[in-house]
Design a protein around this ligand. Structure first.
Ligand SMILES: [Zn+2]
Length: 302
């Protein structure tokens, strides 16, 4: 079984997670930029974070046989801090980079005027850069939040079939589906969607344009939720082709709209900007820092 987690914050996760994800079948991830819990106070810390999503994290993922891409944006929550808003002016030079497969996460958190401005500006940036957009829908007041989000999408230069609206549930799926956008569902351990609710939605609405993700981050979350949904789909009568469509082909099709999705995992370089993931001395150049998955790791010396 091949799995693609289209929304996961690997920066917050450990190498144990990468190993377990690979063992479960995860071969590709997309990491959206988001808020980090601790508020940022200047654009510079966003730019270092973006560089890390473009360089260090794909380097780390490749050690474990997983293809890593990212989406970049000013997130909805921090769009409200005037100290962070200048990030919008820095984004154009980042959105041209090969690893960037969408603008995101954008959308609403508290539905403020500052969030309106950032959402509309970033949908325009997506259109300008011929990228799709990953749009987060609010966790509170979900249906009102979705409606306002879809209104802004309709007014934008971006066609709905280039927009993924994420964090949907039973209250928002129908209107989201009618909009023509792609449909994202985040499956969490004990809030919002769980595996049985996800499978019930798939049964009611079908697998077309549906993407399932773990949205795993620094909070209580589970990076193996894609596999758990796949297993329950099979147990509940979906076939392997349905599973492959929802958990591989749909995310490949959506992020493939960028023209930048590369699913082969190149043999990892020994170092990233001179840093290895080994303890102690940098690895010798040319040698992978860690043996590829499935090979004996005892020689890695980590
Ligand atoms: Zn997220």
């Amino acid at each position: 079984m091949r799995l693609f987690d289209p929304h996961i914050h690997m920066t917050s996760r450990t190498t144990d997670d990468y190993e377990a994800m690979y063992a479960a079948g995860v071969r590709a991830v997309v990491e959206p930029s988001f808020w980090l819990g601790q508020p940022r106070t200047s654009p510079a810390s966003f730019l270092d974070y973006f560089d890390s999503l473009l360089g260090w994290e794909p380097f780390r993922a490749a050690q474990y046989g997983i293809a890593h891409h990212c989406t970049l944006a000013l997130n909805p929550k921090e769009a409200n801090d005037p100290r962070c808003a200048p990030v919008l002016g820095e984004l154009p030079r980042y959105l041209v980079k090969d690893q960037v497969v969408a603008v995101g996460e954008i959308g609403y958190d508290s539905m403020t005027p500052a969030e309106d401005t950032a959402l509309a500006a970033q949908l325009q940036l997506a259109a300008d850069h011929e990228l799709p957009a990953l749009v987060h829908t609010p966790h509170r007041d979900k249906l009102a939040g979705l409606r306002r989000t879809l209104d802004v999408v309709r007014e934008s230069a971006l066609a709905p079939d280039r927009v993924l609206v994420d964090h949907l549930n039973e209250t928002t799926v129908e209107e989201a589906k009618d909009s023509g956008c792609w449909l994202g569902f985040s499956v969490y351990p004990d809030t919002k969607m769980d595996e049985p609710r996800m499978v019930a939605i798939l049964r009611a609405y079908g697998p077309e344009r549906v993407l399932v993700n773990s949205a795993a981050d620094w909070g209580r979350s589970d990076p193996l939720k894609t596999r758990k949904v796949a297993d329950l789909m099979l147990a509940e009568g979906f076939d392997a082709d349905d599973v492959d469509r929802v958990l591989w082909r749909n995310p490949v099709a959506f992020y493939g709209l960028s023209g930048r999705l590369t699913l082969d995992v190149a043999t990892p370089d020994a170092t990233h900007e001179g840093n290895s993931i080994l303890r102690g001395a940098p690895a010798e150049s040319g040698a992978p820092a860690v043996p590829p998955p499935g090979r004996d790791r005892s020689a890695a010396g980590a």
